[in-house]
Design a protein around this ligand. Structure first.
Ligand code: DAH
Length: 339
């Protein structure tokens, strides 16, 4: 065995390779599972115990030498590759040009700007959250389907730690730590266990807004919604609120805007209804305020949440959600004129 190791050591020191393919051939011949060096390791168990120490040491030495030699040979090609002697330094510089902001960032900034004009300030929270901030405090009953394994990514099988499924979790955090009045806008990434297709992704982006003060009413919410819709989609935009349900708001509504493509007359984009849905909203449920330590007999408030991808699709008619995360420059370049 020792002789065989010695023999292989000499072979290793004589290894040479012209290119990556030859190098790989050496690796396969000697170091792959059935390679010559690996096979010696298999034979090690038959070595008499009094020789095991010495043979073991030599075997390890052989393996280390072989790996070092492979690394040396590899770096010698890489050096050749980066050899700059044939570069033409007189060639004129090609300007790579300016990049473009990502469409989701453009739209997020626009949404945040509109709310900033109304006095909202940005609040952020972690993407890895606990059950209480994402669901518990927001009135999701323990058996609510949104907590289901199929919707939520849990971390390391711990049902308490998860990737946030909505930015409403930032509401919880802020209400738990700040005294009203609270007026925040929370942009961020959220995660859901969805099969990826042109219309769904396992991560996407939302913006949440929350206002808590004395005497906040549904009329205040409606004013803000109308202002937002007209700033974002043009001053002729109309809004319509439909009753809806969210565990953390009561009453709850979904807001549609008049289709900005056909102006509300009806077209394939709005499925001939004249309206397109853009967000969810409502008055913060008093139970949620209490869960977060805010006295619901003194304070009330509204919340709203929207998907940034959805708003971006409405503005730019991007047909496939996957485009947002594939980073194809042909797609991204089209947003150069926006900012
Ligand atoms: N969190 C909801 C979602 O992910 C969106 C939402 C609806 C947020 C209504 C709100 C709201 O603040 O009031 O689907």
């Amino acid at each position: 065995m020792i002789e065989r190791i010695q023999h292989l050591l000499t072979e290793v020191s004589n290894w040479s390779a012209k290119d990556a393919a030859e190098l790989e051939a050496l690796r396969l011949k000697y170091l792959s599972k059935k390679g010559e060096i690996s096979l010696l390791f298999n034979d090690f168990r038959n070595v008499p115990s009094e020789l095991k120490k010495e043979v073991g040491q030599r075997l390890n030495e052989l393996k280390t030498q072989a790996h070092e030699k492979l690394t040396d040979l590899k770096s010698s090609f890489e050096q050749q590759d980066s050899d700059t002697s044939d570069l033409d330094y007189s060639r004129s510089i090609q300007n790579g040009g300016l990049g473009a902001r990502h469409p989701l960032s453009i739209v997020k900034n626009e949404i945040v700007d509109i709310f900033a004009r109304l006095g909202f300030t940005i609040a952020e929270g972690p993407e890895i959250e606990d059950d209480w901030n994402v669901f518990g405090a927001l009135n999701f009953a323990p058996e609510h389907p949104a907590r289901d394994m199929q919707d939520t990514f849990f971390i390391e099988r711990n049902p308490d730690i998860l990737l946030r499924t909505h930015t409403s979790s930032v509401q919880t955090r802020v209400m738990n730590t700040q005294e009203p009045p609270i007026r925040i806008i929370c942009p961020g990434r959220v995660y859901r266990n969805e099969a990826i297709s042109y219309r769904a992704h396992c991560f996407f982006h939302q913006v949440e807004a929350l206002y808590i003060n004395k005497d906040v009413s549904f009329a205040d919410l409606k004013q803000v919604l109308l202002y937002f819709a007209q700033e974002m989609f043009g001053s002729k935009t109309k809004i319509r609120l439909r009753p809806s349900y969210f565990p953390f708001t009561e009453p709850s509504a979904e807001m549609d805007i008049s289709c900005h493509i056909c102006g509300g007359k009806g077209c394939p984009f709005c499925k001939h209804t004249g309206w397109v849905e853009i967000l969810g909203c409502g008055m913060v449920d008093p139970a949620v305020l209490e869960n977060c330590g805010i006295d619901s007999s003194v304070y009330s408030g509204y919340a709203l949440g929207m998907g940034i991808e959805r708003i971006t699709n409405l503005k730019y008619q991007v047909k496939d959600l996957r485009m947002f995360s594939e980073n194809d420059v042909r797609f991204l370049d089209q947003f150069k004129s926006a900012y």
